[in-house]
Design a protein around this ligand. Structure first.
Ligand SMILES: Cc1cc2nc3c(=O)[nH]c(=O)nc-3n(C[C@H](O)[C@H](O)[C@H](O)COP(=O)(O)OP(=O)(O)OC[C@H]3O[C@@H](n4cnc5c(N)ncnc54)[C@H](O)[C@@H]3O)c2cc1C
Length: 479
């Protein structure tokens, strides 16, 4: 596996981006929203034993693991504290071709998994909107994808994980053994220790394409009615929303729903690409372009976003069974490296909420209406359906809907989001920790009813209070 040319290139790139440094060095780090830089003491272990050594060193007052930094806020930041950054722990450990069970180290990215396994007929069981996420980060945030309504979160496919606890013990946790610790670690945002490796099931696919049905929904009610009526027929379902539309067109959207395409049914124009990928045994997952500089702050404003939204809506047609390459369907933003620079130096926050089925329609309408009236332009607004919530104590999804909005940083942002938090709470919903940068502790506690159970397990694992993050302190998750 390790001789794979693409993988070697990727390893070289990682080495250049993350030069070896077993000691702690001070660095200014951001979340993906680049909302606030924080000074952290960073250590980059190369081996699992070095993670333990970093923890045992006693050099930092506290520690938090970090993956590829794709959480938007402060979940993988630890101001003036230690950040354990194991992105070089990216080895595949074992794979069973009969069951699709893969064991790999925590710093392995989803991109690396796709690169090697997609040409061999395997794909991720659950994928977020970017593949530049580590396995450790995927489990710690208990990520969901466009298939949550069918398959639940990433943790549904995790068979076991190896956790280095704050006390320095290496524990193998499964849903059946050390199950309390397993379900606190899943969605536990790195606060129960460092996930060193994990074993999980990949999903069999016949091609790198998805047959996608597009539907142009005139407004939110049209989109939701359609999703509710027919989502069960699709592996994946997502709606792009024009968050600036108001009145009768409030929530007008493009629904994109699809199923993995059987190779034999692909049209000739894409079959060639598919066979070439399978023959090469590797698929490139690198971004096509790179945004080398920040846009001026304010470049994404109500006017530019309105123009973009009008064009995007006009470009799409209601069509059926379009063969769409996995990159375009799952990861459209990954084509442009550093796309987060579009928001300029001030950065942005992503605000993602889940609302229960019963109040979802009314709640989404109220939030979208408030956003449109605020004049704040959300360049990306995405709606998905959630199936049942899982056993992860701090896992985000609950049965109903989820709406994600990118909102540029600017004057009055925090009070505006506090207002949305209150609305979300009134409709029985919650905010996603992997995206959050602003939430207040009292609102967080009201949104996550299993918080006390999480705290009591975390306290037992970490009596000396070694694990903390900027997010954990802001939300008073740990003492
Ligand atoms: C464009 C884009 C689209 C996205 N779409 C989705 C989506 O559709 N669904 C979704 O659920 N999320 C989505 N996300 C969010 C992303 O999947 C999560 O934030 C994920 O946790 C990021 O993983 P990471 O490796 O970058 O970890 P980081 O962002 O570095 O860290 C995230 C959390 O994981 C913890 N962590 C990281 N590694 C370890 C480890 N080894 N052991 C223990 N804890 C660890 C950190 O402490 C932190 O709390 C998206 C993000 C982006 C940028």
């Amino acid at each position: 596996m390790r001789d794979e040319p693409e993988r070697v290139i990727e390893e070289r790139r990682l080495k250049a981006e993350f030069p070896m440094n077993p000691a702690f060095s001070t660095q200014s780090l951001f979340g993906w929203g680049r909302y606030r830089a924080e000074s952290c003491h960073v250590c980059r272990p190369e081996k699992r034993s070095e993670v333990a050594a970093a923890l045992a060193s006693g050099l930092q007052p506290s520690y938090i693991p970090r993956g590829l930094g794709r959480s938007y806020g402060d979940a993988s930041l630890n101001e003036n504290g230690g950040v354990i950054w194991p992105v070089r722990l990216n080895r595949f450990i074992s794979f069973d071709n009969a069951t699709g069970e893969l064991e790999c180290e925590c710093g392995t990215s989803l991109a690396e998994i796709i690169q090697y396994f997609l040409p061999r007929g395997w794909f991720l069981p659950v994928s977020p909107g970017t593949k530049f996420v580590t396995v450790g980060g995927a489990i710690a945030a208990d990520i969901h994808g466009k298939n949550h309504h069918r398959d639940g979160t990433f943790s549904n496919f995790v068979l076991s994980l190896e956790l280095l606890t704050p006390a320095g013990e290496r524990l193998r946790c499964t849903p059946a053994s050390h199950s309390e610790i397993f379900w606190a670690t899943v969605g536990g945002m790195g606060l129960t220790g460092v996930i060193l490796s994990a074993r999980f099931r990949l999903r069999r696919v016949d091609s790198a394409y998805v047959f996608v049905d597009y539907y142009k929904a005139a407004n939110l009610a049209d989109a939701m009615t359609n999703m509710e009526a027919s989502d069960e027929r699709y592996d994946y379902s997502v709606a792009w929303i024009d968050a600036l539309a108001t009145g009768k067109t409030l929530g007008r959207s493009i629904l994109m729903r699809g199923n993995h395409a059987p190779a034999a049914e692909l049209p000739a124009r894409v079959r060639h690409w598919q066979s070439e990928m399978a023959n090469n045994g590797a698929v490139s997952t690198r971004p096509k372009w790179n945004l080398l500089a920040d846009f001026p702050s304010g470049a994404l404003n109500a006017l530019t976003v309105k123009a973009f939204n009008a064009a995007y809506f006009a470009l799409h047609r209601t069509t059926a069974r379009q063969p769409v390459n996995f990159e375009k369907f799952f990861y459209p933003l990954d084509a442009l490296d550093n796309w987060n620079r579009m928001y300029g130096k001030r950065g942005f926050v992503q605000y993602q909420i889940a609302l229960p089925q019963a109040s979802g329609r009314e709640g989404l309408r109220a939030v979208l209406d408030r956003l449109a009236r605020s004049g704040r332009a959300s360049f990306l607004a995405v709606l998905k359906r959630f199936g049942e919530s899982g056993p992860g104590l701090l896992s985000f999804p609950l049965r109903g809907y989820t709406l994600a909005l990118d909102i540029p940083a600017g004057r009055g942002l925090a009070p505006f989001l506090y207002e949305l938090d209150r609305m979300t709470l009134d409709y029985g919903g919650r905010v996603y920790l992997a995206k959050d940068a602003i939430l207040r502790p009292e609102d967080f506690a009201a949104m996550y009813p299993r918080l006390d159970d999480f705290r009591s397990i975390q306290r037992k694992l970490d009596p000396k209070r070694l694990f903390s993050s900027s997010l954990a302190r802001r939300l008073k998750i740990v003492g």
